[in-house]
Structure formats: C-alpha cells, structure tokens
Design a protein around this ligand. Structure first.
Ligand SMILES: [Zn+2]
Ligand SMILES: [Zn+2]
Length: 366
C-alpha cells in the first residue's frame, strides 16, 4: 500500500509523491492525519526553505492512531483509534530539557544545528520512512514522539488550533506572567495573537489591547469576541498615543509580539508602551539578526524583563487542549479555511494572504 504526501521540493513548489506504507516496529505507531494546521512559519519556509531538499511539511498535526506497536501501546496507554495531537518536537527524552517537558529546547529537535535531529514538518523526506510531516495521509510516529490524547468531545478542526493556543499559554502566562489584573498589549491579530488574547483573558487580565493593520479588520473583530478590550489599527492611528490614552498614561505590564515579521517595530513600540518600571517585553527576533539602535538605556532605566518567544512546553499543550474544549470562547471564529491535500500550495498561501484568513486546516482525506 502507498501513502500520498505533498512534498516541498523548492520555494513555492509542491510535488505529490507516493511512499511505501512503513513497517511499524513494536515501540512506534502510525498516525492517520485528520487535520494539519498551517501557521506563519509554514508561509515563511514555503517561500524561503531553511535548507535545500524535499520536505513533507505540516507540524501542527491531529489524527487517529492507525497502527500501534505493542510496546508503544503499553508505554503510552494509547490504542488504535485514539484521536491525538502530536507535537512537532521529537526530543531525545534524556536531557534536562526533555525531562522537564521542554522538548523544544532539546538539541535533538534543533534541525538548524543538529542535522540528525528529527522534527515533524521540517525533517528531510529522504530519510526513511519518509513520513515525517502532516501534509500527507499518514505520519510515522517514532518511539520518542510527544503525543497528547484529545479530551473527549473536542472536534479535530478546533483541536488543530492547539499549537497557537499552547503558544498563547506559554508566552503570555508562563513566560510573561500575565495574570489577574494584568494590562497586556498584543501586537498582531493572527492565530498567535488571538490565542494570546484568549490566554490573557482567561488568566484574568484587566486590559487587553490588540493591534493590527488596516488589512486585519476582520481579525480585530474576532479579537474583540475573544477577549480584547481595545483594538488599534497601526497604519490609521498612532498606536503609542492610543495606548497611553487607554491606560491614562500609565502604560501596560506586558507587551507580546505576535506580528511574525514586522521586524524591530513591535519591540520599539513595546519598550515605549510598557509601564514606567518593571514591565515584561516578549519578542520574536529570528528575522532580525541585528538591531543597531536597540534602546539599551531605556530598557535598563525602565527595568524591563525581556523574553524570547520559543514555542510551547508539554503543560501548555495540555492546557491548550482543555481551553479549546471549554465552551468559554468562540474558537470556531478562528477556523476560517479548510483545504484538501491537493490544494496545499493554496492553503499555505492563504495563511499569508488576506486578513480574512485566520487559521487554515489541511484535511488530507478530503
Ligand atoms: Zn506552527
Ligand atoms: Zn532532550
């Protein structure tokens, strides 16, 4: 039997390939992919692959255990037919980070520096048994895959939002300590920004401001339904002026950068928008290798804590799934688009396109 897979072979290029159905050893399993979520990282790497060579993309994967080895079943308490979320990090399970549930920090998942490492959606498809990404009918789950069983009743398409939801919990709550009465600025109303909005609101933030551009009007409307108190359109009004007006000149406790690619702008706005002393600034820096006018003096004077955004840990995934399974927030407003496997090219580009698109589900069997 053969497995159909969409393979990125060059920038903006997908080829469809058939791979042999892999043999499943005792300690491994096979996932029948139900939903592969697509995020801004896919948009970036589809246009600019981080390294040459074919890759089955898809790193936010929900599916059914289709086949499970005996040892896998005994160790995991999972059986064939179970609906699960598979994290894209595949840790060594032996280092300090893995033991703490911080697989994302494990050397083994760092495909940039450690080519032997494994990561769903990033690993080269040349490597047997080839099925290491969710843009395919099946995915191979080695012994060290990190798997979360879905709570009963959670719809797979909503569950497909778990990666940004886990990021929201990790960044806002665990890293930046948003909690009761926090005042939070969230820059960018895409899936990451919206999930940070939900996490902040659920945690008790008393003020949530979400920024976007004039292309993001629909996303900003959704932000309000998910807990934002104010939205600011940064190319129509002065964001700092508005933030100071809203906070009576006090500023915010936490600034979160969820813009995915706005360069140094969100960092600079965040530094200004934070309260007089002791705020926390989270940033995404990988696309900004240098920052010549980094406001060191102001950061020191304002006693700002800086946190880099770096994925999610085990606990934030578990909490993310619970959050998605609660009826507190209308997550169905986020799952705006769905595509079949043949449309993967359009599906990825839809995420990077108009502001009407929030979360895209790729359904390999549709
Ligand atoms: Zn992602
Ligand atoms: Zn490790």
């Amino acid at each position: 039997m053969k497995v159909n897979a969409a393979v990125r072979t060059a920038p903006q290029t997908t080829e469809f390939r058939e791979y042999d159905m892999p043999d499943i050893p005792d300690e491994a399993a096979l996932l029948k992919v139900e939903v592969a979520g697509i995020c801004g990282t896919d948009v970036k790497f589809y246009s600019k692959p981080p390294f040459p060579g074919p890759v089955v993309m898809g790193h936010e994967n929900i599916g059914y255990i289709a086949k499970a080895g005996k040892v896998f079943q005994d160790r995991r308490g999972l059986k064939e037919g179970d609906l699960v979320f598979v994290e894209h990090y595949v840790g060594c399970m032996n280092c300090e980070h893995c033991h703490r549930g911080d697989y994302r920090l494990c050397m083994f998942t760092d495909w940039r520096k450690f080519p032997e490492g494994l990561r769903f959606g990033y690993t080269l498809a040349e490597r047997a048994p080839h099925l290491f990404g969710g843009f395919a009918e099946y995915m191979y789950l080695p012994w060290n895959s990190v798997i979360h069983k879905l709570p009963n009743g959670l719809n797979p398409e909503i569950a497909g939002v778990v990666t940004p939801m886990a990021n929201g919990i990790q960044w806002a709550l665990f890293d930046c300590r948003v909690g009761y009465d926090s005042k939070v600025l969230i820059q960018g109303p895409g899936q990451q920004g919206l999930c940070n909005t939900v996490a902040s609101h659920q945690a008790g933030a008393s003020l949530i401001i979400v920024t976007g551009t004039s292309k993001d009007k629909k996303r900003l409307e959704v932000a309000k339904k998910l807990g934002a108190d104010y939205t600011i359109i940064v190319d129509e009004e002065d964001p700092l002026e508005r933030i100071m007006e809203i906070t009576n000149g006090e500023g915010v406790d936490v600034s979160l950068d969820c813009t995915a690619g706005a360069g140094t702008i969100p960092t600079l706005l965040g530094v200004e928008a934070l309260k007089r002393k002791g705020g926390t600034l989270q940033f995404q820096g990988e696309d900004v290798p240098e920052f010549p006018n980094f406001p060191m003096g102001k950061i020191a004077n304002k006693y700002i804590t800086i946190k880099a955004a770096r994925g999610h840990n085990y606990e934030s995934c578990e909490l993310g799934l619970k959050q998605l399974n609660s009826d507190r927030y209308p997550f169905e407003l986020m799952t705006t688009h769905r595509f079949g496997l043949k449309d993967v090219h359009n599906a990825i580009n839809a995420v990077g396109g108009s502001g009407d698109c929030i979360h895209v589900s790729l359904l390999p069997w549709e």
